[in-house]
Design a protein around this ligand. Sequence first.
Ligand code: 3UK
Length: 504
Amino acid sequence: ELHYPARLNCVAELLDQAVAAGRGERLAVRGDSISWTYAELQQQVNRIVNVLRGPMGLVPGNRVLLRGANHPMMAAAVLAVLKAGLIAVPTMPLLRARELGVIMDKAQVQAVLCAHALREEMEAAPNRPERTLWFNVAEAGALDALMAAQPDHAEACDTAADDICLISFTSGTTGVPKGTMHFHRDVLAICDCFPRHTLRSAADDLFIGTPPLAFTFGLGGLLLFPLRVGAAAVLLEKLTPESLLQAIEKYRATICFTAPTFYRQMAGLAGKYDLSSLKKTVSAGEALPVATREAWQQATGLRMIDGIGATEMLHIFIAAAGDEIRPGATGKPVPGYRACVLDSRGQPVGPGIVGRLAVKGPTGCRYMADPRQRDYVLNGWNLTGDAYEMDADGYFIYRSRTDDMIISAGYNIAGPEVEDALLRHPAVAECGVVGKPDEERGQVVEAHIVLKPGFEPSPELTSQLQDFVKEQIAPYKYPRAIRFLSSLPRTETGKLQRFKLRST
Ligand code: 3UK
């Protein structure tokens, strides 16, 4: 059980206390061109707080849209909004004007802080409030210029532990995006669960990775978690597998956060880099195929920490590290969380039976003005939309998204299991398996495959791959249809867009 005082500002805890405790001279955030110690970060945050309160005229509870690639300034902007008692509404860098307009309308934002590099799309977006400031630009009236005229001292707003500080929008593969609301204490709670108990990070760690700060996976892993323990983070925009490996080597990062496909690509290149600084690597965002786990371990000697998180839950709630790792399973509930598997009537099922994953813990889903709240939260249990099974030892094993289960001739087939089998084949770089409508069987298993360099599509390869799957898993699961593509459709967070594969 976590206990926090009734009055609580998460940034006062994460940043101001660290400085007060003497960590001021330690590195906090490092970017390509600038890096700040805890004291410097605090000063930047304070200047922004003063701009928000002064020239911008915002008052506690106002909502501020934030937009920018990972960068120390973006980190400072997020922290300043929370410190001022405002509500941060971070947006993914790749969102287009229309999507930004929907978010600004839904979240009723009163102000916008947007990086100059992402200005064009923002300027084209409907519903943008007049109170907009651009940053990372030398321009009169820009946030940077206003900051220079402000004092570098500011008191944190005296917020309640359960005041909302963050509205995070789900990546939502379909339908209107959902805003999830989180409290100041939720921000601390995620720091005091997964990183403390599973990751076991410490002050001498240097965090690095790809998820944008606008994605709670990145906000936690690349900003909140390091601050909570007095550690530092490298914040870089537009990372590729190569540039991430380079940056790990250059900065001697110790903890890496990214998605399974990134690790798979990095595994193939790892030999060219000195990765000896890396101690722990965390995979989340989608299921970690055993083949990817093995490739990563072979390339680096590191045992991947898999963890399932969700925007609704703010961060990771089932995971495993060290000797607790079991390839094929995500892990066990992170201390503080409970999990169970429910049948279609909402009753818990025993080990070995696939059902809907439900979780309960210090964080949970609060959709903003959305009737889907009723479907997600039942008696305090959060229903994630993932099909899982628990084994006899209490390990949770991912099967698929509940709405992605393939039903073929009466069999339930989980796409990721077929993908995992295919990924073991030397010709397969990436793949996505979906159900394709079929008159006779309802659906048939269809694999979309990206080949590794040096391999060409052919009928022989198709039947080789089909036989390869049949040797590893129950033969009825083999892909009756195989299509070769040059790339797979993915979201900005690294998730395969299965609905796009189904419609091609
Ligand atoms: C899927 C996984 C299997 C799963 C997230 C870490 O991904 C995050 O949040 P989203 O709201 O998506 C949530 C959904 O993604 N998923 C995530 N991790 C795993 N499936 N194994 C995994 N390890 O379907 C889940 O319901 O975008 C991840 C931390 C914070 C996050 N927001």
